[in-house]
Structures are given as structure tokens and as C-alpha cells.
Design a protein around this ligand. Structure first.
Ligand code: B1M
Length: 218
């Protein structure tokens, strides 16, 4: 691993939010691959942070400072991912489900989708089923993306899908689910259309889905 990647990874683990931007800038200037900065330095660092939290070596405040550090770093990466397409490929609503405020993964997926030319409506975190259904009816997206990082909030994804069915909207929108505790078997069990393992996979799936839904009534 290049020295830059080690430095960025350590800065995230140690929550050095004042230093992260200079470190990421330096890596970009030295032509370090952006995917490596994100995957091999930042995401790997968050896994270390998660393990330290599980082992009770650190607590919520430290985990939060690491999250802030990643967000600042990603802020510099975002403009570099912007795509060249002028016509949006399709519309995607993204959010983290009710009871869950983790948003780094969701934001990363959004950055990649926007870079690939999708119009993404970010509804943020802790989204109620009711609000989501309202937004689907109003914004008529091709795809609804749901993220969850807690095992306790995964059932919210099922609730959303059931409510889409109850409101006769299920055929009009593809549902993609993702987040660390989610897997393909869970996605299938709750009736989602796809499980996105990571941001790259989410883009691949979204490309496949656009144009495959029944249009919303006018
Ligand atoms: Co939380 N937290 N956290 N946390 N946190 C985890 C998830 C945990 C695994 C840590 C641990 O114990 N090892 C654990 C969950 C355990 C479980 O459910 N079994 C946990 C816990 C317990 C908690 C609290 C309950 C702690 C407490 O208060 N006692 C609390 C819950 C708050 C709440 O949500 N109600 C809490 C709080 C927090 C912070 C606020 C401090 C902070 C979040 C800040 C923020 O997001 N703005 C935080 C953090 C940072 C983490 C860890 C360390 C890192 C998460 C992360 O950002 N990963 C996490 C441990 C871990 O995951 N290793 C942990 C990096 C990110 C890029 O990965 O989100 O998986 P990820 O996204 C990936 C893929 O999953 C995928 O693409 C992304 C890029 O590859 N993906 C999708 C994600 N969404 C997708 C959607 C798609 C497709 C792909 O389509 C729609």
C-alpha cells in the first residue's frame, strides 16, 4: 500500500479530521487511484473503527469523529466522480431507513450513481415508511434505494416493500437494498429486486434496471 493510503487510513482511524483534507489532496496530486483512496484507505479504516468499537476499545464519540473525517475526505473525491452525461440516465431515490442514522455508505453510493449520470434524490436518514411512499408517488423514481447498517433496522426494508405493494406502487419502482448487514438472501426474502454489495455494484444494478418498470400513471 502506498504511503498516502496508510496515512489516510490512520487519519480516519484516529479521527484526524483537521488533517484529512491535506492528506487526500496530496494523494490525488500524486495520482493515487481514487478507488484505492476510497476502498483501501477510507472504507478499510471504517472496518477497523467498527472492530475497535465492537471490542470496546473506542466508543460512540470516537466512531463519530472517524465518520466526520471520512465525510471531509469524500468531499474532495466527489467532484472527481462527476460524469460527463448531460441527459440523466434515470431517477433514483436513496435513503437510510427508519431508526438508522448511518449514511457514509449511502452517500458513497450516491456519489457513484451521480458520477454515472443518474439523477439521485437523497432523502437522508431515519426515513419513515410513510414519508418514503409519499416521495415515491411524488417523484416517480425508476429505483428506490434503501440502506441499513443495523440488524435492528433491516426489517424496515420489508415494511417499505409491503407498503409499496399495499399502495399498488410496487410494479412501478425497482427496489435495491444494501448496507453491511444486508445480503442477497435477505433481499430475496423480503421481495427486493436487488442487493447492492457495494457502490460499484449499485451502479451496475441501476444501469440494468432503468427502463424496466411500468410507467407511473399521469
Ligand atoms: Co454505528 N454501528 N452505531 N455508528 N457504525 C456499526 C454499523 C456497527 C457494526 C459497529 C460494531 O458494533 N462493530 C454496529 C451495528 C451492529 C449491528 O447492528 N449488528 C453499530 C452500532 C451498534 C451503532 C449504535 C447503536 C451505537 C450506540 O449508540 N451504542 C449507533 C446507532 C445509531 C443509529 O443509527 N440509530 C451507532 C452510531 C454510529 C455513529 C453515528 C457514531 C457513526 C455513523 C456516522 C454516519 O454514518 N454519519 C457510526 C459508524 C461510523 C459505524 C461504523 C464504524 C462504520 C459504518 C460505515 O460508515 N462504514 C460501523 C462498523 C462497520 O460497518 N464496520 C458501525 C463504511 C461504509 C462505506 O460502509 O455503510 O457498509 P457501508 O456501505 C457500503 C456497502 O454496505 C454498500 O456500499 C457502501 C460502499 O461500499 N451500501 C449499499 C451501503 N448502503 C447501500 C445501499 C445500496 C447499495 C449498496 O443500495 C440502496
Amino acid at each position: 500500500m502506498s504511503g498516502h493510503l496508510d496515512e489516510i487510513k490512520d487519519a480516519v482511524i484516529d479521527g484526524k479530521h483537521k488533517e484529512i483534507e491535506d492528506l487526500v489532496k496530496a494523494a490525488i496530486e500524486d495520482n493515487v487511484n481514487i478507488n484505492e483512496i476510497v476502498n483501501d484507505a477510507m472504507i478499510t479504516a471504517m472496518d477497523v473503527v467498527g472492530q475497535k468499537f465492537a471490542d470496546k476499545e473506542i466508543f460512540v464519540p470516537e466512531m463519530l469523529v472517524s465518520a466526520v473525517t471520512v465525510k471531509k475526505g469524500l468531499g474532495l473525491i466527489k467532484p472527481l466522480l462527476k460524469g460527463k452525461e448531460t441527459e440523466p440516465r434515470g431517477t433514483i431515490i436513496m435513503c437510510t431507513v427508519k431508526g438508522d442514522i448511518h449514511d457514509i455508505g449511502k452517500n458513497l453510493v450516491i456519489m457513484m450513481l451521480e458520477g454515472a449520470g443518474f439523477h439521485v434524490i437523497d432523502l437522508g436518514v431515519d426515513l419513515t415508511v410513510e414519508k418514503l411512499i409519499q416521495e415515491v408517488e411524488k417523484m416517480k423514481p425508476n429505483i428506490l434505494g434503501l440502506s441499513a447498517l443495523l440488524t435492528t433496522t433491516m426489517p424496515e426494508m420489508k415494511k417499505v416493500i409491503e407498503e409499496l405493494k399495499a399502495q399498488e406502487l410496487r410494479d412501478r419502482v425497482k427496489v435495491m437494498v444494501g448496507g453491511a448487514p444486508v445480503n442477497a438472501a435477505f433481499a430475496e426474502k423480503i421481495g427486493a429486486d436487488a442487493y447492492g454489495k457495494d457502490a460499484v455494484e449499485a451502479v451496475r444494478i441501476s444501469r440494468r434496471f432503468v427502463g424496466q418498470t411500468e410507467p407511473f400513471p399521469l
